[in-house]
Structure formats: structure tokens, C-alpha cells
Design a protein around this ligand. Structure first.
Ligand SMILES: [Zn+2]
Length: 351
């Protein structure tokens, strides 16, 4: 019997879990185990042996039961702590996982920034159709019948009379048809041309400006664009106007802004040539001009609207700038196509 209890003690001590310990208990104290059988067999022993064998067997059983109960408690505490650690809930964590928040596309950001600047200067924001008639896209804007921009290699035609607008300028006519002077509007929007390379994409964005009032001169245009240039590129900027040609403005100008990377000097502090302006000191940003009197004559003087765009009474200026170009200059973006490739590594850098 001693051998048996020693073996049971060793197995109790070695049990690694309450389940293993239960197996040990069944093995030594279960209904068919050796010790209970011995106890049940006491009655068949000779009377002089019964008392001593029964006493020892009972002692051994109680001893093992006590050992098992003690070991069971130790194992249960350990197992409970293990479960608590595994199921731990950190109540300080947010109730729902954080979802990555998107942001506005850099072109939308730039468009809104430009809108805000011109709203601050007293302009109203208008939008117009992306599908236009040849009348609004070319004829009313004083493009001669043979103007090269009308070619099918330069314009997406939907039919002989309907195109995807190649610029936001058709809205100059639509705005004047809808509103009598004085008129101060900017028109942001998407435009389309069949070009595709590092500096051209089939769709891009412009923001058109049109101001028509009495006694408007090119100086008003320059002052407006100087305010724009300083708001976008910094307070130190200057603008310069270079003579150019557009069908619907006369005179027409290209507008340059002094380079913000080299402060207009064309060279960097270490004497190297400024890469942004290529040593010119100036950055070309947009085309503009005084509204050609022929454009006013395209605005019908109907009785209903009576717009009153009489070239003898009103003057105006207009500009069109590429929103992609403004954002490229401002953020140092090297390739126009990056805007439209939807690469989050690029888009995530803005805003
Ligand atoms: Zn420069």
C-alpha cells in the first residue's frame, strides 16, 4: 500500500492542469481503483486483520484526497489567472477602431484656395457645363473659322456642333448673358484637350476670371493678379505682363510671377542656377487681357435680359489659369500625370 500511495503522490504533484489531476484522481480513488477496492474488500478479510487494514486504507485515501484538493486549488488559481490575462479587455481603448480619414485631392484644395482668394476680392464663383456648343466654345469668343484650336486634333468633338469644352472661357459669354454689368466672376472647372504627356493630360482644370465694369483698365487686371500672386506664392511677389495673343482679349498678355524659390534673382544663394524658374527669375502662370469688344457683341441684347454690354460703355478684363500648374509650382510637383494616378503615396502628402 505504501508503494501505491507514493506513486499516487508523485503523480498528483506532477499534474500540470486540473484535467490531468482529475485523471489521476479517477485512477487512484475512482470506483474501480485499487484503493477503494481494497476498502470494499475489508469485510472479507479475517476479523483480526480488518481493523488495521481498514484504518490504513482509510488514512491513505484521506491523505490522497487532501493532497488532490490542495493541488486542485493551486492549479485552479493558476488557470484562472491565465484566462484573465488572455481575455484581458483594455477599457481605455476607443470603442471602435479608428478608420483612416480621407482628405481633399490637392487640386480640390488648390481650387478652393483660389476661390477664397477671389471671393475676398469681391468676385462671385460660377460653374458651367463641361459639354459645350461650338458657338460658346469658339464662335462667341472671337475664334476665326480657321483658328487651329478648332481642329479635331486639338478638340474633342461630340458632333459637328458640340464639344467637350477646351477652356472655361465659354462661361464668360454665359455669365454675361445671365447678368448685366457690373460683373465680377471666377469660374473653376474641368476642361478637355486631346493631349497626353508629362505636361499635358486629356483633362485638366482651369479657373477663369472675368470683370466687366466702367473705367476698367489693364492696371486693374495687374492689381487683381498681384493680389492673387501674393496670396498664393508669398507677400514678396511681383507680377509682370508680357504681350501675347488670344482671340478673345485685346490687348492680350502672359502673366509672370517673380520666382519664390530664388526671390526673382534666377540664382540660388550658393550661386547655382534656380531650377524652378530655370534662371529666369520669373514663372509663367497664366494668360489674360482686356476683353475684346467683339466678345461683347456675341452677348445678345434681348428684351428679357437687356444685359447692356455696350463696348462703348463697358470694359473688362479676363484671365484663365491652369489649376494644375499653380499647384505644381506651389508644391514642386514634377509631373502632371501624378494628379490623376490615384497613388496614395502622392496624394497623402497634401493637406
Ligand atoms: Zn527661381
Amino acid at each position: 500500500m505504501r508503494e501505491l500511495t507514493e506513486k499516487a503522490r508523485a503523480e498528483i504533484a506532477a499534474a500540470g492542469s486540473s484535467a490531468q489531476l482529475e485523471q489521476v484522481r479517477v485512477r487512484y480513488l475512482g470506483r474501480r481503483a485499487e484503493l477503494p477496492l481494497l476498502l470494499r474488500g475489508v469485510a472479507q478479510l479475517p476479523p483480526e486483520q480488518r481493523a488495521e487494514v481498514g484504518r490504513q486504507a482509510n488514512l491513505a485515501r484521506r491523505d490522497l484526497e487532501a493532497l488532490i484538493a490542495e493541488r486542485m486549488e493551486t492549479l485552479a488559481v493558476g488557470e484562472m489567472q491565465g484566462r484573465l490575462a488572455a481575455d484581458a479587455i483594455d477599457v481605455t481603448l476607443p470603442g471602435s477602431p479608428t478608420v483612416p480619414v480621407g482628405r481633399l485631392h490637392v487640386l480640390t484644395q488648390t481650387t478652393r484656395e483660389l476661390e477664397d482668394i477671389f471671393l475676398g476680392l469681391g468676385f462671385t464663383v460660377l460653374e458651367g457645363p463641361e459639354v459645350e456648343t461650338v458657338h460658346y466654345n469658339f464662335d462667341a469668343l472671337n475664334h476665326g473659322k480657321t483658328h487651329p484650336a478648332r481642329a479635331r486634333t486639338d478638340t474633342f468633338y461630340l458632333s459637328n456642333e458640340v464639344v467637350l469644352r477646351t477652356h472655361t472661357s465659354p462661361m464668360q459669354i454665359r455669365a454675361m448673358e445671365a447678368h448685366p454689368p457690373p460683373l465680377y466672376v471666377v469660374i473653376p472647372g474641368r476642361v478637355f484637350r486631346p493631349d497626353s504627356d508629362a505636361t499635358h493630360t486629356p483633362q485638366f482644370h482651369q479657373i477663369e476670371g472675368l470683370a466687366v465694369d466702367e473705367d476698367i483698365t489693364l492696371a486693374d487686371l495687374k492689381g487683381t493678379l498681384l493680389a492673387f500672386a501674393r496670396a498664393v506664392f508669398g507677400d514678396e511677389r511681383q507680377v509682370r505682363l508680357r504681350p501675347h495673343f488670344f482671340p478673345f482679349t485685346e490687348p492680350s498678355v502672359e502673366v509672370d510671377v517673380s520666382c519664390f524659390q530664388c526671390s526673382g534673382s534666377g540664382s540660388m544663394r550658393d550661386g547655382s542656377r534656380c531650377a524652378l524658374c530655370k534662371g529666369e527669375g520669373w514663372l509663367e502662370v497664366l494668360g489674360a487681357g482686356e476683353v475684346d469688344p467683339n466678345v461683347y457683341s456675341a452677348v445678345p441684347d434681348t428684351e428679357r435680359n437687356a444685359p447692356g454690354y455696350d463696348p462703348e460703355k463697358v470694359q473688362g478684363y479676363a484671365w484663365g489659369m491652369g489649376i494644375e500648374r499653380i499647384a505644381m509650382l506651389k508644391h514642386g510637383i514634377p509631373d502632371l500625370r501624378l494628379y490623376f494616378e490615384n497613388d496614395l503615396r502622392f496624394l497623402g502628402q497634401f493637406g
